[in-house]
Design a protein around this ligand. Structure first.
Ligand code: S3P
Length: 440
């Protein structure tokens, strides 16, 4: 008998998924609520903050710069006592961003304009190997000073706060992290800054900063031009974080492919910059319904009901839709294994610089189960309909890979063993409990 590593988890094949589930708070919105609350005047009250490792990394960094943030505990309101736009103190320690790209990139934008203060940022092994130049370069055009390995591309990164000036910046990739970092830097720069994106990325920063009182003007085709005028004071707010559609995606796909399943995912954020997964499920002709659509604190929200009904059509994803479903590609590659025919994913090279190289990791792990999957430089080609078999799997430390493989393993012949399953806690601490409950 091989020895079971502590983080390895047995995944039982078979069964159906039924019932209601509430996924935890949106990760992107949670980071932003903590960050913007910290630089506002007065207190910010956050309902539904994601109590997971990534937002906790953001909170720990902010606390070490003198911001008081109440404990981040499931189902508890979090209160941030803002220190104002210039109130962050120089930390005595290195800012540890853990596994969180959003923490590091947004923190860079926040810190480069803190004149005379010095900051060092680092992360885990995955984060230390993710590209930071895409943020560092535009910030340097605003006068920022930052250094790191490989000409400033890799953490550990050192920042010495400077007086920044506004600039017109075209970002090379449609990345909400890059855009948000520039917006944060622009809040304390001299003069107006304009950010122009090649395609519209998620707009949570723009929505929330406006609610906090920032002077942001959004224009251009599909909101790709953002003008930021400094000088406004941010005021603490009440933020309500909706459920994360990127976490809901695991149940939406599981419910569509697992025989006799019916799942309702309640209270899911439906921001149109995030709902690409729903468009793909339509392409697949999956049975999904969006119910109780409403607006909660500036973000659209609804419940999503999915039912497995039979055959699913293969789908095609290209660069156009990618920003609206970038984090859902791993679970969609699992969905493709259960569609009838060839699905093609292209324009997805950004996946190679996520927590892992998600194209390589998903291809490797699904191949180990017997899937017919071809890796391309910017995507995957998947022939659906091959029978998957249970086997030894590995999340390779990536939270979205862990949860995607858990769904694939449900449909396999024979049980699987998933190594490093604990990585799910980066964005969905209760994933394994919710899976057990839905399997009833
Ligand atoms: C995020 C933006 C996306 C996404 C990440 C969260 C954010 O990354 O993949 O999980 O909160 O801004 P990019 O900005 O690199 O596309």
């Amino acid at each position: 008998m091989p020895s079971i590593k502590p983080s390895a988890r047995e995944l039982q094949a078979g069964g159906r998924l039924c019932g209601k589930v509430r996924v935890p708070g949106d990760k992107s919105i949670s980071h932003r609520a903590l960050l913007f609350g910290s630089i506002a005047e007065g207190s910010t009250t956050i309902h539904g903050l994601l109590p997971a490792e990534d937002p906790i990394s953001t909170a720990c960094c902010l606390r070490s710069m003198g911001v008081k943030i109440s404990p981040i505990i499931k189902d508890q309101i979090v209160v941030v006592e803002g220190v104002g736009l210039d109130g962050l103190q120089e930390p005595e320690e290195v800012l540890q961003c853990g596994n969180s790209g959003t923490t590091m990139r947004l923190m860079l934008g926040l810190l480069v304009g803190r004149q005379g203060r010095h900051f060092v940022l680092t992360g885990d092994q995955s984060l230390r190997n993710r590209p930071m130049q895409r943020v560092g370069q535009p910030l340097k055009t605003m006068g920022a000073q930052l250094q790191g390995r490989s000409n400033g591309n890799f953490a550990p990164l050192a920042v010495t706060g400077q007086k920044l000036h506004g600039a017109v910046i075209g970002t090379p990739v449609a990345s909400a992290q890059v855009k948000s970092a520039i917006i944060l830097a622009a809040l304390t720069a001299e003069g107006t800054t304009t950010v122009i994106e090649p395609a519209h990325s998620r707009d949570h920063s723009e929505r929330m900063l406006r609610a906090f009182g920032a002077n942001l003007e959004i224009g251009g085709e599909m909101g790709r031009h953002i003008n930021i005028r400094p000088g406004s004071t941010l005021k603490g707010q009440e933020v309500v974080v909706p459920g994360d559609i990127s976490s809901a995606a695991f149940w939406l796909v599981a419910g569509a492919i697992t025989p006799h399943s019916e799942i309702t995912v309640e209270n899911v954020g439906l921001n149109p910059t995030r709902t690409g997964i729903l468009e793909v499920m339509e392409q697949m002709e999956a049975q999904i319904e969006v119910l109780n659509q409403r607006d909660v604190a500036g973000e659209p929200v609804g419940d999503i009901k999915v039912r497995q009904t039979g055959r699913l059509k293969p789908f095609t994803l290209n660069a156009e839709i990618m920003p609206r479903l970038i984090d859902e590609v791993p679970i969609l590659s699992v969905a493709a294994c259960f569609c009838e025919g060839e699905s093609r994913i292209s324009g997805a090279s950004e996946l190679r610089v996520k927590e892992t190289d998600r194209l390589a990791v998903m291809a490797r792990q699904l191949k180990a189960m017997g899937a017919d999957i071809e890796e391309r430089s910017d995507g995957l080609i998947i022939q659906g309909g091959k029978i998957l078999r249970g086997t030894a799997l590995d999340s390779e430390t990536d939270h979205r890979v862990a949860m995607s493989l858990a769904v694939a393993a449900l449909l396999a012949e024979g049980n699987s063993m998933l190594d490093r399953s604990e990585s799910a806690a980066v964005s969905y601490p209760n994933f394994w409990e919710d899976l057990e409950r839905l399997r009833n």
